[in-house]
Design a protein around this ligand. Structure first.
Ligand code: ZN
Ligand code: ZN
Length: 351
């Protein structure tokens, strides 16, 4: 079948819509009709970094939710008609970390056979984070399709594919935040706000939101922060500090505000070839500090994404507040550009 998708054809090219041919899903694969796909910084990063080490041509979009349209042999956990979110972070079950039972640190995520080609020349498309959500439909490994409760709108469910679960998962599973602890979140964009929601769900006692923008701090307070602090002001005695900004200074600040035994967690994709300005004795050893890194919240999608969806339906997470505008698929290139001057939390394309 032929659908339309947003393709980044070569370094320097502007993303453009092209016809895409989808092969039928094979064993343990599903075809999903995309209903909603969030506009995430990582797609912009793919474009602006000249492909982020991926092969061209690249099919953009990785924060997708939709409805299963066809399932290949061996697929039992979802069926045509089921609402699903497309996870990009699905443990392989075979790498060293999976084999020793630490699926959250899987180094080799599952992917389907590449089934999506550019109609013009038959070139195989590389979908961003094994997804390719800015397309009318996609074919993925069935394990990436996570069934969602029917009551959860797909425009909210799609955020569980990446941005929301990265922040919430950092707090719930990467560190994890313990009840009664003190938390700081540096950077109150979508991922940082999700970390605040995750920390609240984990029953942190103190949650300090840190940002330069007063409106973001106001929203952070509404979403669960107990204190709002202007960036640069002194913060101390933090058990779990999350840097949800790209700049390395965020992680340095996170380490410096830790209490004894605290953990600083790097959330999101940092710039390449940058160093940390930390005093190994004072900042790390004397404090007994841990530096953690999360990849997408370290979720195990088939268990964690339904947990987050049900928490949202129970009113314990406020996913609805994270969708601040919805656009047509045609408007995604402009929305990617607009990420340079962020306003609102998340823009979601509705298909
Ligand atoms: Zn693995
Ligand atoms: Zn993303």
């Amino acid at each position: 079948m032929t659908v339309r998708g947003l393709v980044y054809a070569e370094p320097g090219a502007a993303p453009a819509f092209e016809e895409i041919v989808l092969e039928e899903p094979g064993e343990n694969e599903v075809r999903v009709r995309v209903a909603a796909c969030g506009v995430c910084h990582t797609d912009l990063h793919v474009v602006e970094s000249g492909g982020w080490h991926m092969r061209f041509p690249i099919l953009l979009g990785h924060e997708a939710a939709g409805v299963v349209e066809a399932a290949g042999d061996g697929v039992t956990h979802v069926a045509p008609g089921d609402p699903v979110v497309i996870a990009w972070h699905v443990p392989c079950g075979e790498c060293r970390n999976c084999l020793r039972g630490d699926e959250r640190r899987c180094s080799n995520y599952l992917r389907g056979a590449r089934k999506m080609r550019r109609a013009a020349d038959g070139a195989l498309l590389a979908p961003v984070l094994r997804t390719g959500g800015f397309a009318d439909a996609l074919v993925v490994h069935a394990a990436c399709a996570v069934k969602m409760p029917a009551e959860l709108p797909l425009e909210q469910a799609c955020l569980l594919a990446c941005g929301f679960s990265t922040g919430a998962g950092a707090a719930l599973w990467s560190t994890p935040v313990q009840p009664g602890s003190s938390v700081a979140v540096i950077g109150c964009g979508g991922v940082g706000l999700a970390a605040i929601q995750g920390a609240r769900l984990a029953r942190a006692e103190r949650i300090v939101a840190i940002d330069t923008v007063p409106e973001k701090l106001e929203l952070a307070l509404q979403l669960g922060a107990t204190e709002a602090v202007a960036a640069g002001d002194e913060v101390a005695d933090i058990d779990f500090a999350f840097s949800a900004i790209g700049a390395p200074a965020g992680l340095v600040d996170a380490v410096r505000m830790l209490a004894y035994g605290g953990t600083a967690c790097l959330v999101g994709v940092p710039p390449s070839r940058r160093a940390l300005d930390l005093d190994i004795e004072l900042d790390l050893f004397a404090k007994h500090a841990t530096i953690a890194v999360t990849h997408g919240g370290d979720v195990v999608p088939q268990q964690d994404l339904p947990f987050l969806a049900n928490a949202a339906l129970a009113g314990k997470l406020d996913l609805e507040r994270f969708v601040t505008s919805t656009i047509a698929l045609d408007d995604v290139p402009a929305a990617l550009e607009a990420l340079h001057t962020p306003s609102g939390v998340r823009t979601v394309a509705l298909l």
